[in-house]
Design a protein around this ligand. Structure first.
Ligand SMILES: [Zn+2]
Length: 147
């Protein structure tokens, strides 16, 4: 089964935590694994103890904290999530992944190759990007090196 069919990894990230001072008190914030279900694109690496964006990693869109370094600032997580969700590159990657997901389902049903399929909702442009960025090899290469 390919990485795309398996879907995004949801490792146990409960060790990801962060302390911050509020007056005299020190507050420890820990990552809640239920966030993986709430936010469809959020994934993580338990070895690096960092969070990543699944579609952006798969489609290798630029280098940002969500694709390369990994995100770990729990104090600003909600804001960072909102900001990332609105970014153009993320929206494109997310859309491409959905289109690809449709094609994989369709392929499983019809047993045709990806190249013979047409999905009416995507443009030639997106398809060209997909071919370039997500040949099955490149997707495998992008698979978490840390797992
Ligand atoms: Zn993203």
């Amino acid at each position: 089964m390919s990485i795309l069919e398996k879907g995004k990894p949801k490792p146990d990230m409960s060790k990801l935590s962060m302390c911050s001072k509020q007056g005299r008190r020190t507050i420890t914030r820990s990552f809640s694994n239920s966030r993986f279900d709430e936010i469809p694109w959020l994934t993580g690496c338990s070895k690096r103890n960092k969070l990543y964006c699944w579609p952006c990693v798969l489609f290798n869109v630029g280098s940002s904290v969500w694709t390369k370094e990994g995100y770990s600032d729990l104090n600003h997580l909600s804001l960072a999530i909102q900001r990332h969700e609105k970014s153009k590159k993320h929206l494109e990657a997310d859309f491409s992944l959905k289109v690809l997901g449709l094609q994989i389902i369709y392929t499983a049903v019809s047993n045709q190759s990806l190249e013979t399929l047409t999905v009416s909702c995507h443009s030639e442009n997106v398809r060209a990007n997909r071919k370039e960025r997500v040949s099955s090899n490149s997707a495998e290469r992008l698979v978490w090196k840390c797992e």
